[in-house]
Design a binder for this molecule. Structure first.
Ligand SMILES: Nc1nc2c(ncn2[C@@H]2O[C@H](COP(=O)(O)OP(=O)(O)OP(=O)(O)O)[C@@H](O)[C@H]2O)c(=O)[nH]1
Ligand SMILES: [Mg+2]
Length: 420
């Protein structure tokens, strides 16, 4: 057993009789998360009950069972599958004599390990402090007694724990710093809008293959890994859709997961703005995932939370080079409008993807009449690049034309719109 791995037990609740599949899925994923964070899961414990115990999440009998299991496996960490309250955390740590963390802390911990850029680090710090603040009471002693490791990385919990005011101040500072980065990002985005190239955001469950697809599309050389949350920072690359050569900006960003902590979604809003303002969303689905459909639902939920639920979108069923789920994929293709099957790894199916993308981009065009003064004639070339210019007439005052443009460009050149 590698020495640096924390030995862990994971615990979940089955809240209804029919909920066993859900618990299985959720715990399997919790195990993967624990593994990603550097823990070794030696066993899982499930309890059936109507609702979580207010004081201890699980019942007395189960607590005793877990105590024994901890002893038996020499484990020092218990990971619960749902977010725990301050009281639950405290009571559980006392009752179990082991370090206790919840799913949220585990995800935050992975983010803290993965964050490399200043922006990502600030955002993770913010999310961790927001999680910590309401849970400070009485936790410090237990945590410092039990030492560091998973769930305690990040902004240095032990030093901060007793001083809520200091934490509040740090939260305010972090927000300020993130806001600063955000406004710089806004500037860059506006500079891009000047060129008015449509933005296509790749969204999806973590590990679905978004970065692989970006690499396939643009040869970007983005980090791809069979790990959860390989990507935290958005990457933007320009590419052209064959065969027309229509230029597009592709955005790859952080993946989503079920029960994604709200503090994280809020903290990553700055990063996710690229997604929130995209012209088209490409929802990348891992078609080999046994729980593909619940992953899709989780993605819809996060998109809803970000306020881009109704955005024009394409669904891409990925990894079809792995054929074990072929039946499920053809059913889903038939049921899902605007969907296509591809392998981002081998490039199979990319032609279908390009055709669909081109079609979607075309549907988004808004046709208006424009009158462009001669000194701004250069705009016409830009319009042609991002949309379609139908008719051009040269008049005394300028060039009159009709152009179909993506929403963002139509807005940008609204001042040149002519009465039709
Ligand atoms: N067989 C197969 N594997 C793929 C395909 N696309 C991606 N993968 C693999 O799936 C794993 C995850 O790929 P990524 O591109 O890192 O996934 P991601 O969606 O960017 O993941 P996060 O950044 O963690 O959210 C890697 O091991 C890839 O090699 C595919 O079309 N076929
Ligand atoms: Mg990625």
């Amino acid at each position: 057993m590698p020495e640096d791995k924390e030995v862990a037990i994971i615990v979940g609740l089955q809240l209804s009789e029919s909920g066993y599949m859900e618990v299985d899925e959720s715990l399997l994923e919790l195990k993967a998360l624990a593994h990603t964070a550097g823990a070794m899961v030696v066993c899982e414990v499930v309890q059936s009950r109507k609702r979580p115990d207010v004081a201890t999440y699980i019942g007395r009998g189960k607590l005793e069972e877990i105590r024994e299991l901890l002893h038996l496996h020499g484990a020092g960490l218990v990971i619960f599958d749902d977010e725990l309250s301050a009281a639950q955390l405290r009571n559980l740590e006392e009752a179990l004599g082991a370090k206790v963390i919840d799913r949220t802390q585990l995800i935050l911990d992975i983010f803290a390990q993965r964050a490399t850029t200043r922006e990502a680090k600030l955002q993770v710090d913010l999310a961790q402090l927001e999680y910590l603040l309401p849970r400070l009471a009485g936790r410090g002693t237990a945590l410092s007694r039990l030492g560091g490791g998973i769930g305690t990385r990040g902004p240095g919990e032990t030093k901060l724990e007793t001083d809520r005011r200091r934490i509040r101040r740090r939260i305010a500072n972090l927000r300020g710093e993130i806001e600063e980065i955000r406004s710089q990002r806004n500037l860059q985005r506006h500079a891009r809008h000047k060129h008015a190239i449509p933005v296509v955001a790749l969204v999806g469950y973590t590990n679905a293959g978004k970065s692989t697809l970006l690499n396939q599309l643009t040869g970007a050389g983005v980090w791809v890994e069979d790990q959860l949350f390989a990507t935290l920072d958005p990457t933007i690359r320009r590419s052209e859709i064959p065969p027309s050569g229509q230029p597009v900006l592709f955005v790859d960003t952080v993946g989503f997961i079920r029960k994604l902590p709200h503090t994280l979604v809020a903290a990553f809003r700055a990063t996710l703005e690229e997604v929130m303002e995209a012209d088209i969303l490409v929802h990348v689905v891992d078609a080999t995932a046994y729980n593909m459909e619940s992953q899709m639902t989780a993605v819809f939920e996060v998109l809803e939370e970000l306020g881009c639920g109704g955005r024009p979108s394409i669904t891409v069923f990925n990894k079809v080079d792995d054929l074990s789920r072929r039946a499920a994929v053809s059913r889903l293709l038939a049921e899902t409008p605007n969907s296509v099957a591809i392998s981002a790894l081998t490039g199979a199916g990319m032609d279908g993807f390009f055709a669909l993308l081109e079609q979607k981009l075309g549907e988004g065009l808004i046709y208006k009449n424009y009158e462009i003064p001669y000194e701004h004639a250069g705009i016409i070339a830009l319009m042609r690049e991002v949309g379609q210019v139908v008719e051009e007439k040269y008049t005394d005052t300028g060039i009159r034309l009709e152009a179909g443009l993506p929403v963002s460009s139509a807005e940008r050149w609204a001042e040149f719109q002519a009465p039709s």
